[in-house]
Ligand binder design. Structure first.
Ligand code: COA
Length: 427
């Protein structure tokens, strides 16, 4: 049944159609509103704005549901791998065995950076944040493969594989560069996540010990971050893609959007916060009081979410994984104790209850990454590696949508009305 809604603007009724999604959500299609009435809608932060139709990821924030292509995140976390999930996100279906093998081969085939790119790494100062290097290098990588810019559709599987594979190589190189360590090339015999850990932690002539529980934990972190609907960075990727920019340029913009502490940068900010609380000798109580009275303008990082108003299903899985990894590695971490204490207090505190603030995916992921030796300034890079399949799937959706138009929001202008130029001597 096609439902419509009626608005009444200055006594004039306006009928607008609705769009119903496969899970029953209803959107009011306002595409004709300005033509019909001269009005636009205003929704800063886009809390009530659907920017596109998408068949990739479904979230029900009230019920704590997250599904990739219809599959529940908890089931994928238990049964799938990051690479299989990447295929699912990009191509829409779980791969058959030969499809997965072909995808895997394509990743291996494309894992090496052009050798000249190593000189570009040398140009960064030792103080460069790895997210700055990542964004710049993803964009630079397109220069070495000009056919990426030509966007011939039949080449898409190569471009996608190259991006997924090379983001991991770039990330590891940027870590090695920042720490003054020699570059370690990827191996053709290792799977995706193990290969990344090899490039991070091996030394020339001495391969690192790839503990299966560490490989599994990091693979799970990648999988849990693989897509998340129309968040800030994915919307950025779609917006850049809407101008028909190439895949690498769009993904590079996504990395920049992800970097901020209110988005992907929160995982680093959580650890910095926990370290500060620990150094203060606080068990979290003093810190939470500062957060609540708002005098310090501080937030409990890793808490709250624009969409989840019940719980973040990824946080539940990550918290369990955090306990598991620490016990498998026979490690304890005082920061984990502080995090659990903060969570316990916050979940029973009126401030957080009233605002529906719960731990999000970033609250515990940093503690796992710290336990497996990933330095803090690489945390958001891990998020970017994980999110790449989601960005690519969204890019592909934009490119394949024959109705897609360049994204170009409107505004309500609040500046000066027309005035005359004042000569310098009269100002
Ligand atoms: C994720 C986030 C950006 C969502 O923001 P949002 O939907 O725009 O929510 P708002 O900023 O409008 O916050 C609503 C209220 O909750 C409060 N709030 C939100 N997150 C909070 C947090 N982490 N700590 C303390 N208070 C918080 C706000 O101060 C505001 O309070 P008010 O109504 O008294 O003004 C926000 O919760 C946040 O900054 N979280 C910490 C950063 C983080 O973990 N980001 C990763 C997300 S996966």
């Amino acid at each position: 049944m096609n439902r419509t809604v009626e608005l009444n603007i200055d006594g004039k009724p306006v009928e607008l159609p609705t769009v119903v999604g496969s899970e029953g959500e209803v959107g009011i299609d306002i595409a004709t509103l300005r033509n019909k009435t001269g009005c636009i809608t205003l929704d800063p932060g886009y809390g009530n704005t659907g920017a596109c139709k998408s068949a990739i990821t479904f979230i029900d924030g009230e019920q704590g549901i997250l599904r990739y292509r219809g599959y529940d995140i908890a089931e994928l976390a238990e049964k799938s791998t990051f690479i299989e999930t990447a295929y699912l996100l990009i191509y829409g279906e779980l791969p058959t065995r030969p499809e997965l093998a072909a995808f895997s081969d394509l990743l291996t085939e494309n894992q090496m950076l052009h050798e000249d790119m190593r000189h570009l790494f040398d140009g960064f100062p030792p103080t460069a944040h790895p997210m700055a290097i990542l964004s710049a290098m993803i964009n630079a990588a397109s220069s070495y493969h000009p056919n990426i810019i030509s966007k011939r559709e039949e080449r898409f599987p190569w471009h996608a594989a190259r991006l997924i594979s090379q983001v991991r190589t770039i990330a590891a190189y940027s870590y090695r560069k920042a720490h003054g360590l020699p570059t370690i090339y990827p191996k053709t015999t290792l799977k995706y996540t193990a290969n990344f850990l090899h490039m991070m932690f091996s030394h020339p002539g001495e391969d690192c010990d790839l503990k299966p529980e560490v490989v599994k934990a990091l693979d799970l972190i990648f999988l849990l971050h693989a897509d998340h609907e129309q968040n800030c960075s994915t919307s950025t990727v779609r917006m850049v893609a809407s101008s028909r920019a190439n895949l690498f340029a769009s993904a590079s913009a996504g990395v920049c959007a992800l970097w901020g502490p209110l988005h992907g940068g929160a995982n680093q900010a959580v650890l910095e916060m926990l370290e500060e609380i620990h150094a203060d000798g606080d068990d979290g109580t003093k810190f939470l009081n500062q957060v609540k009275n708002k005098t310090t303008n501080r937030r409990l990082m890793g808490f709250g979410h624009r969409v989840y108003k019940n719980f973040d299903p990824r946080a539940v899985i990550i918290k369990q994984q955090c306990d598991k990894v620490l016990s498998q590695l026979h490690k304890s971490d005082p920061l984990l104790d502080i995090a659990k204490k903060l969570e316990e207090i916050a979940l029973h505190d009126d401030y957080f209850i009233a605002r529906k603030l719960y731990p999000n995916v970033d609250f515990y992921s940093g503690i796992i990454m710290r336990a497996i030796g990933i330095p803090m300034d690489m945390f958001t890079v891990m998020f970017a590696i994980g999110r790449m399949p989601g960005w690519i799937a969204n890019y592909k959706e934009v490119m394949e949508d024959t109705d897609s138009r360049i994204c170009r929001p409107r505004q309500i202008y609040t500046g000066s009305t027309l005035r005359s130029y004042t000569p310098m001597e009269s100002r």
